[in-house]
Design a protein around this ligand. Structure first.
Ligand code: FUL
Length: 477
């Protein structure tokens, strides 16, 4: 049942995939990822950790009046979080240093509303310190969420004063904890029509991050480096471009017609490289609630999230909230481990590598073979349309997943593609799709064949495919 729903959700009608795009965009002026963005694409999976006073009040949004005395995660062990992340295949972890309630998980000098006023570690603890050290020890990139909306801080709403406060908090986080790889700016604001009005100084905020942490990626609805994917379901749009028109979503939290569409799909003619990050929780809520212990996503549910995000050219940011003891609960940790094992097992044997030969319709025989090569920058070159690449096998192979990757270091180009298998007498279409980008995954009923063909039906300009993988995945459902 799940499988059928999943396939229905990912299927793309042929007509819809035959988008005709205007020619003329020159690759040399098309946006490309920065080195940090490129590494982020390759890392694919990030872990989100929502933790704070809400963990102890059983709420999702605190109102800022919470007594710091409630924060006492007696068994807190950030290494346990990060080891679970590693077992799940996550390469970045992002912690809510401050959520909307304003409670700081580090002893900020800017406010008393922090771990310093709590009984945890007798007021001498620092969750951000323990978290960043654990990330470094285990080789994960550390990221921090610093909510712009702050329901505790009295200066919130007095725009210049709060902007100074916010910049000073950002400065603490970026100067005291070693390298920070991602800063997450949330766009939420629940002040309502009679609430406080705060105008954030985004250019100063962005400038501060660039100056103090030039390699850190900044996430928000409006980027500038990573964009929100437009929902909290872990599902990227189809098509999904890494490029965007920066005017389409001018600031974090912007609302209005067309915004969700722009976030979901990006824009083939956009002037900036701003790929989508798909955030979603392993449980119904972002924070830990004991009543949700039996609502943790199954490993098959996690697999579906991987296909609807990473498999559609987005990053997956999966939230797994630590509990009141300060640990990832056993059930969540088990699911993360199962997910990591499933991915490692499913993608360990790429059958395309057993192809006897590779050829294309441009009369080249050597170049197409580069799609077996794990180097992401070596690639098969194809024209804007009509190019195909064929893999021939000496004995039949069986697969139910195709993975296609563009060499995105030089941009994203493919807008429509199709995969076919040779039946013995004719080619039959296995799957069709729109964009490819960093990674496109297709699933279908198992196919047995000795010849597989990838065709590029349309693209923005010339195409560079770095890898084509054929896998047999055990769906088990
Ligand atoms: C939202 C917030 O309001 C939620 O509490 C959560 O942090 C989610 C990731 O972003 O905008």
């Amino acid at each position: 049942m799940l499988r059928r729903d999943f396939l229905a959700q990912t299927a793309v009608p042929l007509a819809a995939s035959m988008v005709t795009l205007p020619r003329g965009l020159n690759r040399s002026i098309r946006p490309v990822p920065t080195p940090s963005q490129l590494a982020w694409h390759q890392n694919e999976l990030s872990l989100f950790l929502h933790f704070g006073v809400n963990t102890f009040t059983d709420r999702e949004w605190g109102d800022g009046t919470e007594d710091p005395a409630i924060f006492n995660p007696v068994a807190l062990d950030a290494r346990q979080w990060i080891r679970a992340a590693k077992a799940g295949g996550f390469r970045t972890a992002i912690l809510t240093a401050k959520h909307h309630d304003g409670f700081c998980l580090w002893p900020s000098r800017l406010t008393d509303h922090s771990v310093r006023s709590s009984p945890w570690r007798e007021g001498r603890g620092d969750v951000v310190r323990e978290f960043t050290e654990a990330c470094r020890e285990e080789g994960l990139i550390a990221g921090l969420y610093l909510s712009p909306w702050d329901r505790h801080e009295p200066s919130y709403g007095d725009s210049p004063r709060y902007n100074d406060f916010y910049i000073a908090q950002l400065t603490e986080l970026l100067t005291q904890y070693g390298p920070i790889g991602e800063i997450w700016f949330d766009g939420a604001n629940g002040e309502g029509p009679n609430g406080k009005r705060q105008s954030y100084d985004w250019s100063r905020i962005h400038g501060t991050v660039r100056r103090l942490a030039p390699r850190a990626l900044m996430f928000s609805d409006a980027g500038p480096d990573l964009r929100w994917i437009g929902n909290e379901k872990g599902t990227a749009g189809d098509p999904n471009w890494c490029m965007m028109d920066p005017a389409a979503v001018p600031y974090a939290g912007a609302d209005g017609p067309g915004i969700i569409d722009a976030l979901q799909h990006g824009d083939p003619h956009g002037s900036v490289w701003r790929p989508g990050e798909a955030d979603v929780s392993i449980r119904p809520g972002w924070f830990y609630h004991p009543a949700e212990d039996d609502k943790v996503r199954t490993v098959l549910g996690l697999r579906d999230l991987y296909f609807s995000s990473v498999g559609r050219n987005a990053g997956l940011l999966l939230n797994v909230p630590p509990n009141r003891s300060g640990l990832i609960s056993p059930i969540d940790a088990t699911r993360m481990g199962e997910f990591g094992d499933l991915l490692a097992h499913s993608f360990s044997h790429d059958q395309s590598r057993s192809a006897q030969s590779a050829s294309d319709n441009r009369g080249r025989t050597r170049q197409p073979g580069r799609v077996f090569d794990p180097d992401p920058s070596s690639h098969w070159d194809a024209p804007m349309s009509g190019g195909w690449l064929q893999l021939d096998f000496s004995s039949p192979i069986q697969f139910n997943v195709v993975s296609i990757q563009e060499a995105i270091a030089s941009g994203q180009s493919v807008s429509a593609h199709r995969v076919e298998a040779w039946s013995g007498s004719e080619w039959s279409i296995i799957t069709v799709g729109t964009t490819v980008g960093a990674r496109r995954l297709h699933t279908f009923q198992p196919v047995t064949t000795t010849r597989v063909r990838l065709s590029i039906m349309s693209a923005l300009d010339s195409v560079r495919i770095s890898r084509v993988g054929l896998f047999k995945m055990d769906f088990g459902d």
